[in-house]
Design a protein around this ligand. Structure first.
Ligand code: AMP
Length: 422
């Protein structure tokens, strides 16, 4: 019986992995400019890290992979990055430094969703969390970072959509207004939304089924119910975005799917051919209750996450020359066992000089090895043949110019160094 990969997962094959490596490198390089360090938390957590009373999103209630281990502990594979990071922040008491903790993470998440193009059951996200301060300048910094990151990837038409849900009082007022608004239409909404009216009416606004219902279109927006404090906080956030000169728009209907947001919420989109609604590459927002809910002090944070598969798809669709596969500087062809020993030493010396070098191990004839070198797009082919060996030389072929020269065995490394460093 053939054994297949798990439904909704994928393999990154050797000829594709360079894209992932480049994306991860870009993330690390750009984030270090913002003085943000990486945090690595486990892929599994106790289920109550995600399944909190206040959290009613489908992602957590319906889509998580839950299991019990041999000691009957309830565990969950993380469906998103934030909750695990906050669990660690609280457990490791990172708040005792009294300073803002800015971290980023890169890693796989798991959601039992219906697989489709760009939607997987194991997918990668990279995200940022800044925990321990409430400051409009910090909200702006995180938004600017998300924008800057996408811009630096080279994607076009990058734009931030930003909104606010206001503080707790504003949010409660808004939720009430939504309940009043949706109650008359209850019978026309989907079964999930019928429950959402009482549990979390904000989530009706981004329901995949009801998003076209007229009542969703005519619903009040959070901006209609902001109190003064929340309004001035948001105005300040926006004024920082103006100073930075990034491209943004206020999106009054944006609320985001998770239940823990308050104040600023945002999404980043780019103009990508053929992407349509999938132009949204990621987003995030401020949260006030999460640290407390996970047993920590009353400290808020702000963060965002980008789906990495979607970023790579966007890069591909935009036809950007983003990353190159590993380039082979030199391929060594040998014609017999003793010459293989010379080749082994030569490879070692070339690699000491930081060159990418390889040789054949499957004992093809000269022609076969030569073809292999061309297929691998080696810049230089070093031929260690019997005839050459008698003369104490190697033949070195430049595959671009097709010029071939004989070089003394002891000079091969210096010769290639000279050529490759030009
Ligand atoms: P979310 O955590 O749901 O706000 O999603 C943030 C980003 O993660 C989205 O914009 C997607 O790019 C990505 N994402 C979410 N779910 C999946 C999935 N099942 N497969 C691939 N990417 C996903």
């Amino acid at each position: 019986m053939a054994i297949n990969k798990v439904k909704g997962t994928y393999d990154v094959l050797p000829n594709e992995s360079h894209k992932w490596i480049k994306l991860e490198k870009d993330i690390r390089d750009i984030l270090s400019l913002y003085h943000i360090r990486e945090i690595r938390t486990p892929m599994m957590e106790y289920s109550n890290v995600f399944h909190r009373d206040s959290e009613g999103s489908d992602m957590v209630t319906k889509e998580t992979y839950n299991f019990v281990d041999r000691s009957n502990r309830a565990l969950t594979l993380r469906p998103e990055g934030t909750a695990g990071v906050i669990r660690s922040y609280v457990e490791q008491k990172l708040y005792t430094s009294q300073e803002l903790e800015k971290v980023y993470y890169i890693g796989p998440n798991f959601r039992y969703e219906r697989p489709q193009k760009g939607r997987y059951r194991q997918f990668y996200q990279f995200g940022v969390e800044a925990i321990g301060a409430v400051d409009a300048a910090l909200d702006a910094e995180i938004i600017i970072l998300a924008y800057d990151f996408i811009n630096r990837l080279g994607l076009k038409g990058v734009k931030v959509r930003v909104n606010t849900l206001g503080d707790e009082a504003s949010r409660i007022a808004y939720q009430k207004a939504l309940v009043n608004h949706f109650e008359p239409y209850k019978d026309e909404l989907c079964n999930d939304c019928k429950i959402r009216i009482d549990k979390n009416p904000l989530r009706i606004l981004d329901c995949k089924i009801d998003h076209k219902h007229p009542s969703v279109k005519s619903a009040p927006t959070p901006l209609d119910l902001l109190n003064e404090v929340s309004k001035s906080y948001f105005d300040e956030v926006v004024s920082y975005l103006d100073v930075a000169g990034i491209s943004y728009e206020i999106a009054p209907k944006l609320v985001r799917g998770l239940d823990y947001y308050s104040h600023t919420v945002f999404e980043i989109e780019a103009n990508i051919e053929g992407f349509g609604a999938q132009n949204v590459l990621g987003g995030g927002g401020r949260y006030q209750n999460l640290v407390k809910e996970l047993g920590g002090p009353d400290l808020g944070g702000i963060g965002f996450a980008f789906g990495m598969e979607r970023l790579l798809m966007a890069i591909e669709a935009s036809k950007l020359e983003y990353s190159k596969d590993l380039e082979l500087d030199c391929f060594v062809i040998t014609m017999n066992q003793p010459l293989k020993k010379i080749a082994t030493k030569l490879l070692y010396d070339l690699r000491s000089e930081q060159f990418v070098a390889d040789m054949n191990y499957t004992a093809k004839g000269f022609k076969g090895q030569f073809k292999q070198a061309l297929r691998l797009e080696a810049k230089y082919i070093v031929i260690l043949g019997e005839e050459e060996f008698q003369k104490g030389v190697a033949s070195i072929k430049d595959t671009r110019t097709e010029i071939q020269e004989e070089v003394k065995l002891e000079d091969v490394v210096t010769y290639l160094k000279h050529k490759l460093e030009k």
